[in-house]
Design a protein around this ligand. Structure first.
Ligand code: SIN
Ligand code: FE
Length: 312
């Protein structure tokens, strides 16, 4: 796993410079093999007053008691604890603008994906990550690959774009081997995390999935998980529960300095955040069909191990 710095300078990106088609494909291939793409700057405007507003809210015990999520497609904030409607509206506007800027940037840096992605949530992370009191499966200081319990991807990919807006302190991450190596080691009965059952292998499972799909189609808010999604969620939990792995696996450490951006496939790259405060983030769900190296996608790796389809 490596950290790859984008070659175009932030100033050039800000002025609209675009990498060549070939370079954009290369960046996608790096991400797909589990590398982190790093930008040593913020190549779009976040007005100074907006940054001050985000940073000060927390210090003054304001409206940010936890991470705030911005549901891009609904233009709606969740997790905002403040009562002041003007503050909520301002936060929403800042998040909307961040989401749009990040998306504009990625549509050139990662051009091969831009017709084939869905914007997921954006978030503002105002809490110090070091020493957060979270339940085991929610802890982000333990190495894991991402899987969303309530938003299965059916084999599509989770790409996250981060910006450290802390004016003086880096955000510190740790990573270990990417998903393909971890799956070789841990997926299967021997490894400790049983492989998914192929689609259609179990009549009980497919009947249950069918019932859930019908329930969902009539508006009952129920999550239907493919065998792939079911495995990814179990694998996320398995890694966090595995104290031997957490302690003994080989580790790389990364410092993301103030005012820098980075992006990574968090379903591929095992990661943990050790410390840092004040980051913005936008998540994209990228179609598995848009991959430039499809054989490296976790769904394909698992399907190869199982010898059958895991998504429909
Ligand atoms: C995570 O996705 O596990 C957290 C990353 C971060 O907040 O830096
Ligand atoms: Fe994560």
């Amino acid at each position: 796993m490596a950290l790859i710095t984008i070659e175009t300078s932030s100033d050039a990106l800000r002025s609209g410079a675009k990498p060549s088609d070939e370079k954009a494909r290369e960046y996608c291939a790096h991400l797909e093999r589990g590398d982190i793409l790093f930008i040593p700057g913020i190549p779009f405007d976040i007005p100074h007053d907006d940054l001050q507003f985000l940073l000060q809210q927390r210090q003054s015990g304001g409206a940010f008691h936890k991470n705030v999520a911005y549901r891009t497609n609904e233009d709606r904030l969740t997790g905002f604890a403040g009562e002041n409607a003007a503050d909520a509206e301002r936060t929403r506007a800042i998040m909307r603008s961040y989401s749009q800027s990040a998306t504009r940037l990625l549509s050139t840096l990662l051009a091969p994906y831009r017709e084939d992605w869905k914007l997921d949530y954006a978030s503002y992370r105002p809490l110090e990550e070091d020493g957060r009191d979270l339940s085991l499966h929610k802890r982000n200081d333990l190495l894991h690959t991402d899987a969303f319990p309530s938003r299965p991807t059916n084999g599509d990919r989770i790409l996250r774009f981060f910006t450290n807006i802390n004016p003086s302190v880096p955000r510190k991450w740790m990573t270990t081997s990417p998903f393909d190596a971890l799956a070789q080691q841990f997926a299967g009965k021997q490894g400790g995390c049983p492989l998914p059952e192929p689609l259609g292998a179990s009549t009980v499972q497919s009947t249950l999935r069918g019932i859930k799909q019908v329930a969902r189609s009539v508006g009952i808010p129920i999550t239907v998980r493919s065998p792939y999604d079911d495995f990814m969620l179990r694998f996320h939990n398995f890694l966090k529960e595995n104290s031997d792995f957490q302690k003994n696996c080989p580790k790389d450490y990364w410092d993301f300095p103030p005012n820098t951006c980075w992006m990574v496939y968090t379903d591929m790259t095992s990661h943990a955040v050790l410390s840092g405060q004040y980051a913005l983030e936008q998540t994209y769900i990228i179609s598995r069909h848009a991959m430039v190296t499809p054989e490296k996608a976790p769904v394909r790796i698992l399907e190869k191990m199982v010898g059958a389809a895991l998504v429909s």
